[in-house]
Write a protein that binds this ligand. Structure first.
Ligand code: URA
Length: 191
């Protein structure tokens, strides 16, 4: 289904019952940021804090993500953050392929309406769905690819960085690439 604008899409998502995750959610986490953002970051799905607040990446992983944003002069107001699924999977399990497929129609509309020039996939779930089903984050992180005229990159999920701090320098290098590419393409990352 096509929507005229993000607000209409948001309303549809608030009432969405396409998959079982809607039964256990507290809030739909629609996504947040500049509706005309040129860079979108896409995570996996809401965790506990996100489910409670209705906002993406506000828990521990989000606070780590903010450190990378800060270091690279990226402001949350200027970019857009969304997730593969908009409702929390119980116990933070991976969203099932069916749940992802149901939610993908909303995400595709969100991307169509926002029209970003760059999409950064945070972690395996987003990268495998949006870039390449065989995407290996440890091998392919930081590589630029183009899909339908949009520049795409997969990098580490911040929750994975919390579990494996040894990956943090590699993640920082990816964020440097994001900053440099944004500068090269005249993409504003800060108000
Ligand atoms: N992890 C995600 O993938 N997304 C969030 O919004 C929070 C944690």
């Amino acid at each position: 289904m096509k929507f005229e604008n993000l607000e209409e899409l948001r309303q549809a998502c608030m009432e969405c019952r396409l998959c079982g995750l809607s039964n256990s959610r507290t809030h739909v986490v629609f996504g947040k940021g500049n509706p005309h953002a040129q860079i979108m970051f896409i995570g996996e799905g809401p965790g506990e804090q996100e489910d409670v607040t209705g906002e993406p990446f506000v828990g521990r992983a989000g606070r780590l993500l903010d450190k990378y944003f800060y270091a690279m002069d990226i402001s949350r107001d200027e970019i857009y953050i969304a997730n593969m699924v908009k409702c929390r999977p119980p116990q933070n399990r991976d969203p099932s392929p069916e749940e992802q497929d149901m939610c993908l129609q909303h995400l595709r509309e969100q991307v169509r309406l926002i029209k970003p020039k760059m999409i950064i996939c945070l972690g395996r779930i987003a990268a495998q769905k949006l870039i390449d089903p065989g995407f290996k984050v440890t091998k392919q992180h930081g590589e630029w690819m183009e899909r339908n005229g949009v520049l795409m990159m997969g990098t580490f999920h911040p929750a994975s960085l919390l579990r494996n701090p040894a990956q943090k320098p590699a993640a920082l290098e990816d964020f440097v690439k994001i900053r440099d590419k944004a500068a090269e393409l005249n993409i504003r990352t800060k108000k």
